[in-house]
Every structure is written in C-alpha cells, then in structure tokens.
Design a binder for this molecule. Sequence first.
Ligand code: SF4
Length: 216
Amino acid sequence: MEEYIEKTLENLRKNNMEAFYAKDAEEAKEMLRGFLGEGDEITVGGSVTLYKTGILEMLKTGPYKYYDRYEKGLSQEETAEIFRKAFTCDDYISSSNAITENGELYNVDGNSNRVAAILYGPKRVFIVAGKNKIVKDINEAVRRVKTLAAPKNCERLKKQTPCSVNGECISLSKEEPLICEGCRTSERICCNYVISAMQRQKGRITVIIIDEEIGY
Ligand code: SF4
C-alpha cells in the first residue's frame, strides 16, 4: 500500500471513523457486502463510484430493503421521499468528493440530501472512494471540487453552469477565492460545504479506500 493511503487510513481512524483498504473495486464491493445485514434498510447518495464498482447492482439484487433513487419512472415526489428515507435507514452508502490525508471527508452538494445524511440520521454511513479522491489537505480538497468534481458532475447532470463550459469554477478567476465563492446560476451544484472531521459517534462512518482511480 502506498504511504499516503496508509497515512489517510490512520488519520481517518484517529477521527473515530473505521477505515479499510481494498485492492480493487471487487474487493471493496465484497467488503461492503460483509458489513450489510440481511433485511437492512439502505439507500445511497448520488455517485459514479457506486455505479462503477457494481455496488448499486449488488444492492438491487441483494437481500436488503433498498430504496433505489435510480429506479426508472420515479416521480419527483417519490425521489424526494427516498431522500427523506435516508434519515431513518440502517445504512447510507456514498462516495466522497475528497478525503484529506489528515483524515477528513470533504463534500459539496447542491440538493444536499447526501451531505445531510452523512451528517446525521442513518445509523451507519459507508463511504467508498478511489485513491484519486485523496488530497493533501482541505485547501487541495476545495480545489479538487472546483477544478474536477463539480465541472464533471455538472457535465454529467447537464447543468448549465460556467464550470461545465470552462472546465473549472468561475471563482478561480480570483487570486484567492473563498471556499464558497462561485457562480450565481440556478443550476449551481455547490451550495452546502461539509467537512467531516473528528466524529463523536465512533464507528458510525466507515471509509473504504480502493487502490484504483475510480469516479470523480
Ligand atoms: S459554484 Fe458554479 S461554477 Fe463553481 S464549481 Fe460550483 S457549479 Fe461550477
């Protein structure tokens, strides 16, 4: 295991999160399967990583009460109901926009159902992330979202924002943009900024870092 991954795992543990290493996506999926209980109520945060690792498929076909936000034909109200169900679920599964070597999770949301569930509600939260999500510190995490995660997500979600056209946040035209500076479009996906540092509830959050580049 590369040193920076080991350091990140150690510091996540110091912050009262469980932290595990998976050599590839398949191992991460099987590890997660081992944590989930039969009949568990489960839902997920929007994530390319969960799709690419096969975790979404595993949840759909497994022995769980899975509230599938991606099910075809859901009305807006049904989707919103699934988002609300997250707060009383046994397990919430998501990725993270960035993970610092200091053991912090950094997430930025537009709708904010994902950051809300990471913060409070579901009994357990599982974060599955490729090693490409690891950054040195919060400053680098902010930059990662503004130059990579947000532009790519805007492109994927077909949001008309400056970063989906220019490839980076409009705030970067300033010399030292503040963390929450950005566009003022109605489609902005950066609205709530959450750093998960030292946790009071030990072990509520489990992080699985995959030794592969996956998601963004
Ligand atoms: S604030 Fe707007 S332009 Fe900046 S990264 Fe977010 S969506 Fe893109």
